[in-house]
Design a protein around this ligand. Structure first.
Ligand SMILES: NC(=O)c1ccc[n+]([C@@H]2O[C@H](COP(=O)([O-])OP(=O)(O)OC[C@H]3O[C@@H](n4cnc5c(N)ncnc54)[C@H](OP(=O)(O)O)[C@@H]3O)[C@@H](O)[C@H]2O)c1
Length: 282
């Protein structure tokens, strides 16, 4: 019976934190991040709570400003501009999704690119595209860190990224390209999806569809990274049918306990980078 290697995100995150504490100790100040959350979406509340909790556990400064669901876009942007000017703030994170009445791109563009720890400002997205990254979105860079930790090669490999969102799929594909993988991106309009997926040596699934990827869609020996977070009957499950693919995969990241902890770890790393870059600028 095939037993895949379990890519333990919590374990890898711990090793990231060990290095991070050393990095932060070299600064003459304690990095500070401000989370901006709009509305009372339970998932957003939980994500921001986890990020803030992690900051405090690491001895970093993290705080959340909560806006009512109906706050105006101008009011949110005014707050971001104030935080941009505040030298005591190193990182700004607007928790997504935003309410429908807001222009997400406009809000993200208003963040100082040097404080953009989520890496979603066009300047940071552009730097990644040019192969000269500064802040890389946390989930994709967390996935690369996890592959590196387990010494799973990327260079020259056939990598398939399922999903093309701004926050996961697109930067993920770009990052793999920067690591010399041969990258294919699949999305909802992809034809012959199964054939595409079966070509993968590394498969990243970020589609938000409960247990969509099953054993018959993959080839033996593939490494699978499951990004999905789907809530089913009070439990969190991924985009990959873990039990089914376990009979074929060489390695797989579980949900929960795989990509999630890595995303938070990389946010902390981006905060440390932001603080370092700002201290060099001043
Ligand atoms: N673990 C973490 O830290 C973390 C971080 C971020 C997101 N997530 C989770 O990851 C999942 C994806 O989130 P997201 O924000 O990246 O995605 P998203 O914005 O919801 O976009 C989903 C993507 O999947 C594609 N897609 C949907 N159904 C498909 C299908 N049947 N076949 C192929 N492609 C399909 C869509 O294609 P089109 O573009 O054609 O519509 C789209 O590109 C969600 O479950 C989310 O909660 C987890």
């Amino acid at each position: 019976m095939n037993q895949p290697l379990i890519l333990d995100g919590k374990k890898v995150a711990e090793s990231v934190y060990q290095k991070l504490l050393l990095e932060v100790s070299l600064l003459s100040f304690v990095p500070r991040i401000v989370f901006l959350r709009v509305g009372e979406d339970p998932a957003s509340q939980s994500y921001v709570r986890s990020k803030e909790k992690r900051c405090l556990e690491l001895g970093l400064r993290g705080e959340t400003i909560v806006f009512a669901e109906f706050v105006s876009e101008d009011e949110l942007i005014d707050k971001i501009l104030t935080l941009n000017r505040d030298k005591d703030v190193n990182g700004i994170l607007v928790q997504l999704p935003l309410p429908k009445h807001m222009d997400k791109a406009k809000v993200l563009r208003s963040i100082d690119p040097l404080k953009d720890v989520d890496g979603l400002h066009p300047e940071n997205a552009g730097l990644l595209l040019q192969g000269k990254p500064r802040f890389i979105p946390c989930t994709p860079i967390g996935i690369v860190e996890m592959l590196k930790f387990y010494q799973i090669p990327i260079e020259g490999k056939r990598v398939i990224v399922m999903g093309r969102s701004e926050i996961v799929g697109r930067p993920m594909a770009q990052l793999f390209l920067n690591y010399n993988a041969t990258v294919t991106v699949c999305h909802s309009k992809t034809q012959n999806l199964k054939e595409e997926l079966q070509r993968a040596e590394v498969l990243v699934v970020a589609i938000g569809k409960t247990q969509f990827v099953k054993a018959d869609m993959i080839s033996p020996g593939v490494t699978i990274i499951d990004v999905g977070i789907n809530r089913v009957d009070g439990k969190i499950v991924g985009d990959v049918d873990f039990d089914s693919v376990s009979s074929k995969a060489a390695a797989i990241s579980p949900v929960p306990g795989g990509v999630g902890p890595m995303t938070i770890a990389m946010l902390m790393k981006n905060l440390s980078l932001a603080a370092t870059l700002q201290s060099q600028k001043n």
